[in-house]
Ligand binder design. Sequence first.
Ligand code: FEO
Length: 400
Amino acid sequence: MHPYRATQISEHVWWVGAVDWNMRDFHGYSTNRGTTYNAYLVMGEKITLIDTVKAPFCGELLGRVASVVDPAEISYIVSNHAEMDHSGSLATVIDAVKPEKVFASQLGAKALVDHFRLPMPITPVKDGETLDLGNLKLAFAETRMVHWPDSMVSWLPGEDVLFSQDGFGMHLATSERFADQIDMSVVEFEGARYFANILLPFAPLVGKVIDRLPTLGIAPKIIAPDHGPIWRRDLGTLLGWYTAWTRQQKRRKALVVYDTMWHSTSLMAHAVADGLDAGGVSVKLMSLKANHRSDIVHELLDAGALLVGSPTLNNNIYPSLADTLTYIKGLKPQNLLGAAFGSYGWSGEAVEQVKDFLEAMNVELVHEGLRQRFVPDAKCLGECAALGRTTAEKLIARVG
Ligand code: FEO
């Protein structure tokens, strides 16, 4: 067996997860730096494994466990979250370890049964329940819809470790295990990208979970998520980022997102961007020929305006825009101003279709939609620039 090494993160806790250097897509989210599937071994008198890993990485998990203790010594397994990147190897681990019990939240127990033909029953735990490990205790707190109905976190008092599951995670494969060993700008970038692409629909609930932790006596010194680095320092920085992200705090920043067939919608997009710039707003001009949908959502996290340009193709919105707007709509961004624009040849339905998307996202429209037949002339480009300036004025009035 490959000599995998575990990493000790507190007196009784070891990281025993897996590093997936090659993962590049997570449900449509482009994960350019790979990821980790974190699992943790709590070396109490009842040795407990918290979460497992994606199925192909089971050998890596068991190898890391074996670097600390014989896997057959594990008494308990806790599944904080049933999604398969954390539970996919559960059945194999149960076979290898033969634990006394496997614990999950009430909804987690059902979800695990619905996913897998497990060789033993799952013991449901309630919100606030504790598990006696002999010399240590684990406490559980439900975090429903952060980000699945089954989700919960586990808390190890005394060593003050919060096993936060997907919360505070990021898709970032590294050989370093701790956030303070990594360039903080990379950590902030990937943390924001993860929040925008995974947690954004549940942002208000994430905020409530964070506010609730102190009322449960949870004041972590170590935050151990299920993806990416572990936090043992700078927790205030991490929580500060989460405060801004959960509130979807916006700044003087606008996105102009577009695609183009014969460069006419591109000309309009550039003119809109010039107007925004002249109006004092930071602009990201994002062609879908150069940007992935998850890049757009990442940039949207702190942008206060979204202007979308689409050509009309066969009476419809351009396919790349339909893809990206469907993805954005599902992530439920809030607090946005916006407008639609685009060039067309015959009928020009795309601008209305983009407007429909924006309205479905509760975007406050600053214009009824700017359409241009074929190539934009100076008048049209002037109107596009005016749209940018109007949007900038409204955005500055909103965010200061
Ligand atoms: Fe990392 Fe929701 O799974």
